[in-house]
Design a protein around this ligand. Structure first.
Ligand SMILES: Cc1cc2nc3c(=O)[nH]c(=O)nc-3n(C[C@H](O)[C@H](O)[C@H](O)COP(=O)(O)O)c2cc1C
Length: 350
């Protein structure tokens, strides 16, 4: 348990506009990380090592992308006990994202709706921040860097943005996540369709080989997909990932579906829905991916993990590792330990 229980902090944060609460938290983490004040939220990391895609993960619980878009708080977030942390989405150039308000809480559903639109400070600032992170990686934590395209880049030129971003983050990443599934950048999810995905992934794979020749180690590539896909689309994506020798898949991003929250305040806001109502859709996609990809293909499951039992359900659906985002907002850092312990004890039972 952190020194300051989240039960005390949450009412204050939930009294603020969601984005303001987010900024306040991130600014505090950035200022206080790697100082003695880190004991306020620090937790011992659950030891449950696993090897995946050639990487050694100290445990199977990670932070999902989008919470730390600029990679400012890697060490502070790492102190919560995560085995891995994914930062970004970063785009080649800085951009402001969509007009505010663009993040909404739906507390009765344990959910958020966001249409941030990849607000971020751009590749150069991101890489400078990532290079400043020390303690998380020194302690064996795994760092994923998540890349996307600028809103102003036409979708026909999307590949150019991903190639620029890949080259920029490659020397600094343990893995690179390719985000083609945000609902908040126009036409982005069209990149999941067969021919577009094949073109993007073959270009990324070719550039990765060049980068490997320049920088040494091979950095695994993961592709992050949406939950709003039917079984045939998931099967096509799975085949395209394998054909292009992509190392793994992250499932899923937020959903554009709203049935599960119909009638609640903010339910009709445009954007992506995350949290508890997403869990089952995400588990379905994970099950379909596992069936299509076979036993050994690396899958990271994310979507609606609010408890240790939810994390276990992701593993049972076929995920190797699990990430959380919205659960951290509702439950606080204690969820990281709860989820990691749930997976650790399942392994001990087997
Ligand atoms: C406010 C917010 C911003 C997000 N930004 C990103 C992002 O920049 N890149 C990305 O790949 N996913 C982003 N996501 C999606 C999450 O990483 C995750 O896939 C999704 O929220 C489902 O997990 P959860 O239910 O645990 O939140 C964002 C989610 C939220 C709530």
């Amino acid at each position: 348990m952190p020194l300051v229980p989240y039960a005390l902090t949450r009412p204050f944060l939930f009294g603020l506009d969601p984005e303001h609460a987010h900024e306040l938290t991130m600014n505090s983490l950035a200022r206080l990380q790697n100082t003695p004040a880190q004991c306020l939220w620090q937790q011992p990391r659950v030891d449950d090592p696993v090897q995946l895609a050639g990487l050694n993960f100290p445990n199977r619980i990670g932070l999902g992308a989008g919470l730390d878009k600029n990679g400012r708080c890697i060490d502070g977030l790492g102190a919560m006990g995560f085995g891995f942390i994914e930062v970004g989405t970063v785009t080649p150039r800085a951009q402001p994202g969509n007009p505010k308000p663009r993040m909404f809480r739906l507390p009765p559903a344990g959910a958020l709706i966001n249409r941030m639109g990849f607000n971020n400070e751009g590749l150069d600032a991101f890489v400078a921040n990532v290079q400043r992170a020390r303690s998380f990686r020194a302690g064996g934590g795994v760092l994923g860097l998540n890349i996307g395209k600028n809103a102003a880049t036409p979708i026909e030129r999307a590949v150019d943005d991903y190639l620029i971003a890949l080259a920029g983050v490659y020397p600094h990443a343990d893995y690179v996540a390719v985000n083609i599934s945000s609902p908040n950048t126009k036409n982005l999810r069209a990149l999941q369709s067969d021919a577009a995905l094949d073109a993007l992934l073959s270009a990324l794979q070719a550039r990765r080989l060049e980068l490997q020749r320049q920088h040494g180690p091979s950095v695994p590539l993961f592709v992050k997909i949406a939950p709003d896909l039917d079984e045939a689309q998931v099967a096509l994506i799975a085949a395209t990932l394998q054909r292009n020798k992509i190392d793994g898949v992250i499932a899923t991003n937020t959903t554009v579906a709203r049935e599960a929250v119909a009638g609640l305040p903010h339910a009709d806001e445009a954007g992506g829905l995350s949290g508890r109502p997403l869990a089952e859709a995400s588990n379905r996609v994970i099950r379909q991916l596992r069936a299509a990809l076979g036993k050994r293909y690396p899958i990271i499951g994310i979507g609606g993990v609010m408890s240790g039992a939810d994390a276990l359900a992701k593993i049972e659906a076929g995920a190797d590792l699990v990430q959380i985002y919205t659960g951290l907002i509702y439950k606080g850092p204690a969820l990281v330990s709860e989820a990691a312990r749930a997976l650790q004890s399942r392994r001990q039972e087997r």
